[in-house]
Design a protein around this ligand. Sequence first.
Ligand SMILES: [Zn+2]
Length: 448
Amino acid sequence: MNRTGLQVGTWLIRRAHLMDPSSGVSAVQDLVVEGGRVAALAEEMPPAEAAGRFGVIEAEGLWLWPGLVDVHVHFREPGFAQKETISSGGAAAARGGYTTVVCEPNTSPPIDSPELARRLAEKAEVESPVRIYFKAAMTAGREGRWPSDIEALAKEPSVVALSDDGDPVTDPSVMQGVCRAAARAGMLLSPHCEDSPRALSEYEEGRDPGFEPGEPYESETRFIERDLALARRLGCRVHFSHVSLASSVELLRRFREEGGGAGTATFELTPHHLLLSRADFGAGELPRVTPPLRSPADRGALQAALTGGAADAVASDHAPHTPEDKARGASGLIGLETTLGLVLTYFVHTGRLSPLAAARAMSTRPAEVFGLPAGSLMVGRAADMVFIDPDERWKVRADEFASLSRNTPYEGWRLRGRAVGVMVGGRMAFAGDSFRPRLNLKQEVAGG
Ligand SMILES: [Zn+2]
């Protein structure tokens, strides 16, 4: 896991503004990394400590957050390596400030077995600068007909949730089987409550999803209601992907208020549903994405869910496509290299979200929901962290992305704040141009 050739694993980080939602600390501190973990925190280390075996990072003026965690990305291996690979997606994640991502299983073949997940995890260990986990398919072959081998998948350490991605399970009896097995195995479910083309044709063939389907792409709230009822009854944990409607947020709020029975429900918001609405595009062409961009009122409700703390995560739904596939109508937007800048520019710098609350939604809380060893810089935790220059002004240029794809709706946007350095397990996974002069490796080099 090393892209930049900076092999030093023992660091003294000086004068960073540490912001750690897991401990509530927001203060200028020094921090020591040894053996890939956070070894000590102090207001200021004695200068003698800096000598000898440490690499030094002069972090004055930078924010230091636990590495970002994105629980919804699409790296297209196996099957669609022309759109994104584990290597290019991992590099895009590192450039965006992420140290851990969770990949969706809509690959070809789909990730529905422990063997495939393990093979990909081994590949990621070699090829990706960031940590990669997987959602496995809820149903065999991602076909919605019967549950996958959930008991076996739950034993695979790289599998942290189950999802059929953009093809929701329309048959309620199949979904019930999935919920039952997931509850038994302690596995998180992460359904996409959207009407896919397959779902629409299944309704037409007479399948009853357990509610009356509405207009295409309007069933999100009804799907959530169905799955919440199963969670309540069967005691499973459900994390809803890319919630996009005000009515869905309201339903989730009520579920939590009522205690949720035996189950729990969490949810994520995407930057595009938080920032864009269909009204912004007038008669122009909307960016094609599922769920589609919604009304300004829906967007307002999502923003309130983020700023009020109801939303558990911001997730990019990074969905790379080639220009040819986009021209053919492929749905999805990339987001790993823009999400942090968007959240800083539109929520933190506008005073609507504190830096700690932003770090919570982009790291600590998604790590908790998915049971990932991330989201904290307390002593003893993995040295996974992002150095942020909160004031760097930059312009989004897709041709500079590490992602293989360019399908961003933010081309040319001017943003304030970005990741300048990323450490994963004590190794620098990304060091931007403005960050490199802050690295002092000479002690380590001198020591051989
Ligand atoms: Zn997705």
